[in-house]
Design a protein. Structure first.
Length: 369
């Protein structure tokens, strides 16, 4: 299997509003004298510019405990700046109004992003009953209201209908593309988009709390592509009382749990200590191979590792040769080397890792095992 890195998408609320003021500098005006390289004003401007920080090779995962109000795209930019990393990307968009686990891949870890995105995700969320909104969360405008409120028994009786493989219509404010346009862009322009139902899998959906304040707390474990906002919307419609998400937190993403999460303030403090020589940013990193927990590992000799590193296949022979097929991650002397396919008695490299640079500390390597 060839593993590709998935680019992150910009959430609806991350984009500039239609009336945002943007100034575009396209060059000098026709009535402005053209400045040459000898212009002293240009030289003075260059002297006042801040020096650019050199980017470096950083490899590993940071599971940010994303605060409410921050977009996933902005979170990646912040971590990339803190680590001065050359490459970074996230493994699954988290709405600005949501908090919790946002796994961010740095450097060679970006090659393992699809394995995290394809994993299960767990959410804890609160539904406010009595009102449906066009965004299916608190940021939207009310579109349906009801004085009715459901009982705990009515909710529990309904949950099996939303468990297993179900059909779900994505929210109008989602990143789904419609004829090349994002659905949230069309929705902001006042268009009603006809989004088709898509199959999603809900592994578990439970009612955690139900009070007299018109709110209910749920936990859901689901597969790739599930919209929790749509889940709240659809449950409210069937109950006849309507509802929308008023709190959402992601607690598990693939192999990463709340124990792996690090708040932004703690990460910034660690960066400050590292800058003064009192610590290392490596302490915040999880190893690249943490994303590959569900994939078998295969150790090879240094001679075979050299062939794989050059992109050459290796013959598997001898009594210790695996008799299985499929994707494995290859190690040499305990160090991650490549993602490879076993087939027809050969080990064929698909993604080779170059982990020179800053990687997870030995303590974090030990924690991940």
């Amino acid at each position: 299997m060839t593993v590709t890195t998935t680019n992150s998408v910009i959430d609806a609320k991350a984009a500039e509003p239609p009336d945002a003021e943007v100034t575009i500098f396209s060059g000098p005006r026709a009535d402005e004298p053209r400045r040459t390289n000898n212009d002293p004003r240009q030289k003075q401007g260059k002297q006042n510019q801040q020096p650019r920080r050199d980017k470096r090779d950083v490899h590993g995962w940071v599971v940010l405990d994303k605060p409410i109000g921050m977009t996933s795209t902005h979170a990646v930019a912040v971590l990339k700046r803190l680590f001065q990393a050359k490459r970074a990307g996230h493994a699954g968009t988290l709405d600005p109004l949501a908090s919790g686990g946002l796994p961010i891949a740095l450097g060679e870890a970006t090659k393992t992003v699809p394995f995290v995105m394809d994993g299960r995700k767990r959410y804890r969320f609160t539904v406010c009953w009595g009102e449906e909104r066009d965004t299916d969360d608190t940021e939207g405008r009310p579109v349906r209201t009801s004085p009715d409120r459901p009982t705990a028994d009515q909710i529990r009786e309904l949950l099996p209908r939303f468990t297993g493989l179900i059909e779900q219509i994505p929210p109008q404010y989602s990143a789904i593309k419609v004829q090349g346009e994002r659905a949230y862009d069309l929705a902001r322009d006042g268009e009603t988009v006809d989004l088709k139902p898509r199959p999603v899998e809900i592994h578990e959906l439970i009612l955690v709390e139900h009070g007299d304040n018109g709110q209910s707390v749920f936990e859901a474990e689901c597969g790739k592509g599930t919209y929790v906002r749509a889940l709240a919307r659809d449950i409210g419609r069937i109950l006849g009382c309507y509802g929308h998400i008023c709190a959402l937190r992601r607690t598990i993403v693939g192999p990463f749990t709340e124990q792996d999460m690090i708040p932004l303030e703690q990460l910034e403090a660690l960066c400050n200590r590292a800058a003064s020589g009192e610590g290392s940013l490596a302490d915040a990193l999880l190893p690249v191979e943490t994303a590959l927990d569900d994939i078998p590992a295969l150790a090879v000799t240094r001679a075979d590792a050299a062939r794989l590193h050059r992109g050459q296949a290796v013959l598997l022979r001898g009594r210790d040769a695996p008799n299985s097929s499929g994707t494995v991650y290859v190690t040499v002397a305990g160090r991650l080397l490549a993602l490879a396919e076993i087939g027809n008695g050969e080990l064929i490299p698909k993604r080779v890792f170059n982990l020179s640079g800053l990687t997870a500390s030995s303590a974090r390597n030990h924690e991940s095992k």
